[in-house]
Design a protein around this ligand. Structure first.
Ligand code: FCB
Length: 470
């Protein structure tokens, strides 16, 4: 057995999002979000389920925070529902909604758990969708206003802020494939949405910093996957590069370099100049923290039948799979190593003492966004055994295998600051309803009783020792 030790100040946490756990969809003055509307339409979510009650975290947050503390979590990443705070997306602020997050933050701090606040996790106010949603530039400005309201209230106690969770998913699932709210299928709208989501990150970062009551960091969380060509055939290699641009670089380039690869897609090429205005990319390029969500990789082949990217994924026969994805632990290492090589190293080199910039090495290091794993986890068909235990050994194996790779990246000099498990409790998994279970804590959906799974106890042991025995 070897012991893998993590760095002294490494942060161990778990994550969740408002719509997936809160319930109380129309309580205390909350406005409608696109997910309320979407999930209430027949046929949009498996078994026509919705988040009306979810895991009732809105009423049970104290119990949930106690459970977090019992596992020794050092941080909790949650999202704020825009419609609780600003029910119509703009204008009137709802004191009761803001009050809920205020109490949640206090409860966390009272249990020595650091709040990591994310301002958007897919739940756009329906009122703003009715006026065009993310394809409309106006929405970006309204988001910045809302970000100012929340940070004005919470930044005396919260110093880690994420503007968005996975803007790519909001844009592509919401406006291109339509499997997420608001269920639109228009490629141009999707590219516009992505640009405005990223722009709103930059605008919100400004309003959060302007309202700040103390020192804080502003970041964003992205869904990223490393790409591997299915063969050495140069058409597959090119297809993997195109998918990489479509999934990863569309967000990483603007956020970390202030450039965009969007022109590479003929479908948007003609139009980019109409929605990317002068100065937008510089605004987006403003980041203290980069959150990486990793679930799986993509093995890619050339496929002309697929619009926009002419590429599709293949599922290697020898791999292990969960109900949603291939399980590929090495991917988390490959992904952060690639981000480090392509986005961090060049910036460090440009500022190294020997370069023309001269002597600014430390400063550049400080200014590079910190890297954090903000989500990683696996859906497992857990159940309660006769003695009340949930023996989710497969999740433990998944966590262990991924943490080994995170540790390896740190050993190789990539300064990963923390690891957040997705998710704290089982919850509403979007269009898949309550089928997939991702939690460290099991939810009985009839009684809403919480039971810590074996993986939760295992994770608590890792946190306590800040190390892993393998
Ligand atoms: C991520 C989302 C999160 C959850 C997990 C499984 O893409 O951020 O809400 O759905 O996937």
């Amino acid at each position: 057995m070897t012991t893998l030790r993590f760095p002294k100040n490494f942060i161990w946490g778990a994550a969740a999002s408002a719509y997936q756990i809160e319930g109380a969809w129309n309580e205390d003055g909350k406005g409608l979000s696109v997910w309320d509307t979407f999930s209430h339409k027949p046929g949009k979510v498996a078994e026509n389920r919705n988040g009306d009650t979810a895991v009732d975290h809105y009423h049970r947050f104290k119990e949930d925070v106690r459970l977090m503390a019992s596992l020794g979590l050092q941080a909790y990443r949650f999202s704020v529902a825009w419609t609780r705070v600003v029910p119509d997306g703009k204008g009137r602020v709802n004191a009761k909604g803001l009050g809920f997050y205020d109490r949640l933050v206090d409860e966390l701090l009272n249990h020595s758990i650091q709040p990591y606040v994310c301002l958007f996790h897919y739940d756009l106010p329906q009122a703003l969708q009715d006026q065009g949603g993310w394809p409309s530039r106006e929405t970006a400005y309204r988001f910045a206003d809302y970000a100012g309201v929340v940070s004005d209230r919470l930044s005396d106690r919260v110093n880690i802020w994420f503007t968005h969770n996975e803007p790519w998913i909001t844009a592509v699932f919401g406006y291109l494939t339509g499997v997420h709210a608001p269920g639109i299928t228009n490629p141009i709208s999707a590219f516009q949405a992505l640009h405005h989501l990223l722009l709103s990150h930059g605008l919100a970062a400004e309003s959060i910093r302007a309202a700040a009551k103390g020192e804080l960091k502003v970041g964003i969380t992205l869904n990223l996957s490393p790409m591997y060509p299915a063969s050495r055939d140069k058409r597959d290699v090119a297809a993997a590069q195109r998918l990489d641009t479509f999934l990863n670089r569309v967000s990483l380039d603007p956020l970390l370099k202030g450039t965009t690869p969007l022109q590479q897609f003929p479908i948007v090429n003609r139009l980019t100049t109409s929605f990317i205005k002068a100065g937008d990319l510089e605004k987006i390029n403003s980041l203290d923290l980069l959150g990486v969500n990793y679930y799986t990789r993509a093995v890619v082949k050339h496929d002309v039948r697929i619009p926009i990217v002419s590429a599709s994924q293949v599922q290697p026969a020898e791999s292990e799979y969960s109900s949603m994805w291939e399980i590929y632990p090495q991917g988390i290492y490959d992904l952060v190593a690639r981000i480090w090589k392509d986005y961090y190293k060049p910036a460090l080199r440009a500022h190294s003492p020997r370069s023309a910039a001269g002597g600014a090495g430390d400063k550049a290091k400080r200014e590079l966004p910190e890297l954090i794993i903000t989500e990683n986890g696996v859906p497992v068909p857990d159940g309660i055994d006769f003695d009340g235990r949930v023996r989710d050994e497969r999740r433990i194996r998944y966590l262990q295998d991924h943490l080994i790779q995170v540790h390896r990246a740190i050993q190789d000099g990539i300064p990963i600051k923390g690891y957040f498990h997705w998710s704290f409790t089982d919850n509403f998994e979007w269009s898949l309803g309550y089928g997939p279970r991702f939690g460290l804590v099991y939810i009985d959906y009839k009684t809403l009783k919480r039971t810590i799974k074996d993986s939760g106890r295992w994770f608590a042991g890792v946190i306590e020792k800040n190390s892993l025995k393998v």
